[in-house]
Structures are given as C-alpha cells and as structure tokens.
Design a protein around this ligand. Structure first.
Ligand SMILES: NC(=O)c1ccc[n+]([C@@H]2O[C@H](COP(=O)([O-])OP(=O)(O)OC[C@H]3O[C@@H](n4cnc5c(N)ncnc54)[C@H](O)[C@@H]3O)[C@@H](O)[C@H]2O)c1
Length: 318
C-alpha cells in the first residue's frame, strides 16, 4: 500500500485515534477523523493540528510537518460518507467489545468491499470482533502504542480468517510511516500486553505485600532490566546473561514464591543439554560465535550511548 495514495478513515478521535491520524498524514496519507458527534470529531481534529504545530516548534517533527498534516487531515460527523471512500479504516473507540462491534458493523456496512478494516484494541481478541463481520478476511488487529506518533512499534494481528496476502501491504504502509511493524498471533494480549501486564501484576503484588514502594520499583526497573529492554528483547537479554544463571534464579524464586516461578520447560531443557546462551554458542536466538561477539560489542556501545542519553535527559529542564 503506497502511503501517499492511501485514504484512511479513523473512527474514534481520542488519544490514540488522533496519534494514528497524525502519524499517517505526516507520512503522506489522506485521513478523515470521525467520532461520536461532529463536535467531538472537530475537537479531535483541532487537537491533532495543535499538537503537530507544538511538536514542529519543539523540533520533534521536521519543518513543514504541521502544514502537511493540516492539508491532509479532515474530520466529519458522518461515519457513512467518511468511510465510503477509505482504503483503510481504523476503529479506535472505547475498549469495550459491544461498542467496538457496533462501530465495526456500521463501518462494514458503508465501507467499500475492498477496504481493509483494523481495530486498535489493546486486548480484545481480534477473532471475537471478526465473528460479527460479514467480511472477516478484510479485518485485522493493528495495535499501536501510546503515544502513537512517537513509539515505533505496531503489532499487526491477523485473526483466523484474515486474508494474509494483505499483510505485506500493511507492513509497507506502516514502515513508510516510520513504524517497526511486527506480525503477531491473535493470542490473549497479543505479544506486548501479555508481557506488559504480567510485569505490572507482579509489581503491583510486591507493593500490595507492603515490603517495597511503587517508587522503589520504578527506580530499580528503569535503571536495570528496563534499561536493557530499551534495546534488547527478553531472549537476547537471557542469552547474554547465561541460561544457567536464569535457571538457577528460577529455582530460588520457586522455593520462595511457588509454582509461577518454576523454571520454564524450554529453559530447563536447554541448560540440561548444555546450551547456556551465547557463552556456549546457541541460546534462544541461536547466535554463532561471530554473531555473539558482534552482539556484545554493539551492546556495550549502545549501553554507553543510552547511559549518556539518560544523563542528558535528567539534566534537561522540562
Ligand atoms: N491509551 C492507550 O494507551 C492505548 C494504547 C493502545 C491501544 N489503545 C486502545 O485504543 C482504543 C482507544 O483508546 P484511547 O486511549 O484513544 O481512548 P479515548 O477515550 O482517548 O478515545 C476514544 C474515542 O472514541 C470515541 N468513541 C467512543 N464510542 C464511539 C462511537 N460509537 N463512535 C465513534 N467514536 C466513538 C470517544 O468519543 C473518544 O473520542 C481502545 O481500544 C484502547 O484500548 C489505547
């Protein structure tokens, strides 16, 4: 999908819908914003334009971006006519299955048969919404992260009946908009939110147990494994740390905290087979010796740069 020739409709002109519309128009798409009432669509449009001007003034967006966005972004109070011309339609309304199904079925009623419809749901199964549609093959989850105009990641989530031949076009469009799309399965929470909410639950539990405060946890996380996660996923981190170290740590945690900290089967099997991560060659990412050396070199360089950026940000008045 060529972004310059793609007409987008965004239903839900709130926080995420505004960010999605801003990102896509900045990169060249034409976009129309719709909300529950004409007034809320107009307000959403005004917010996007005002924020784009602010971001340009602060140097976050290149010069001319706000004018480009303004020239490509419109709003409407009429869903039927707004979606009728669109090639790609984003549903970005409240996180409620009934509300989403109501909006999605209305979108489908007025959209072109060849339009692609996408939901930005955080955690509702894509398949549960697809069931309500007459053309589930044209429907996907496309999950952006907050704030959509600044975070690179986007999850593309085909459901069981989604037409997979449409995925390369979606990747092309999102990449042209400066994103790093990843195709992920329609499993609970997809990839990001299952992991993000698992971490949050454990952190909340620690605070509820009363031994540690929210502030202490945030201080530790952002300076330790959160620092690493800015650059590497959990498997690269584990491979670099040593899988034997991980397995032994799980054993101690399991003794104190029980079954939810049992050594994961795949980790136990690797360690039993002598695969300790990059120090033995292999690991979850299967890096050979040369690749492992390059990873460590790049990591050290990146950590020095990231530490410098953190110091710079900490000393910049907000
Ligand atoms: N906020 C986040 O961090 C975040 C991140 C990723 C995904 N999401 C998902 O994005 C979606 C929107 O979240 P948000 O944070 O932008 O919420 P929001 O409340 O800022 O915006 C929702 C918008 O939808 C509009 N709306 C509600 N019902 C509608 C209808 N029937 N027709 C047209 N418009 C309607 C509301 O008026 C509002 O402007 C949710 O599914 C949410 O889970 C949110």
């Amino acid at each position: 999908m060529q972004i310059e020739t793609t007409r987008v409709a965004v239903i839900g002109a709130g926080y995420m819908g505004g960010g999605i519309a801003q990102t896509l128009t900045k990169a060249g798409a034409q976009c129309i914003l719709i909300d529950q009432t004409p007034e809320s669509a107009r307000q959403g449009h005004a917010r996007v334009i005002e924020q784009a001007r602010d971001f340009e003034a602060k140097g976050y967006f290149p010069a001319g971006s706000a004018a480009d966005i303004e020239s490509r972004l419109t709003w409407s109070g009429d869903l039927a006519s707004a979606v009728a011309d669109a090639d790609l339609i984003f549903e970005v309304v409240y996180e409620d299955l009934d509300v989403k199904i109501d909006v999605l079925t209305r979108i489908e009623q007025f959209a072109r048969p060849d339009a692609i419809i996408a939901s930005n749901t955080s955690a509702i199964p894509i398949g549960a919404m697809a069931e309500a549609l007459t053309k589930p093959e044209r429907f996907f989850g496309i999950h952006w992260f907050n704030p959509a105009q600044l975070l690179p990641g986007v999850e593309i989530i085909p459901a069981a009946l989604s037409d997979r031949s449409l995925v390369p076009g979606l990747i092309e469009l999102l990449t042209a908009a400066g994103k790093e799309p990843a195709v992920v399965p329609d499993t609970p929470g997809f990839v990001c939110n299952r992991l993000q909410f698992a971490l949050f639950k454990e952190a909340a539990l620690m605070v509820e147990e009363g031994e540690v405060t929210a502030e202490q946890i945030d201080t530790v996380v952002k300076a330790s494994f959160g620092f690493r996660l800015a650059l590497y996923g959990p498997f690269a981190v584990a491979d670099m740390a040593g899988l034997d170290v991980y397995a032994n740590s799980y054993k101690s945690l399991e003794k104190a905290l029980g079954e939810r900290f049992t050594v994961p089967d795949s980790l136990r099997e690797r360690v039993e087979a002598g695969d300790l991560g990059i120090k033995s060659g292999g690991g979850y990412l299967g890096l050979n010796e040369d690749e492992a050396k390059r990873l460590i070199g790049a990591r050290d360089n990146a950590y020095v740069a990231l530490a410098a950026l953190r110091r710079e940000l900490a000393s910049t008045p907000s």
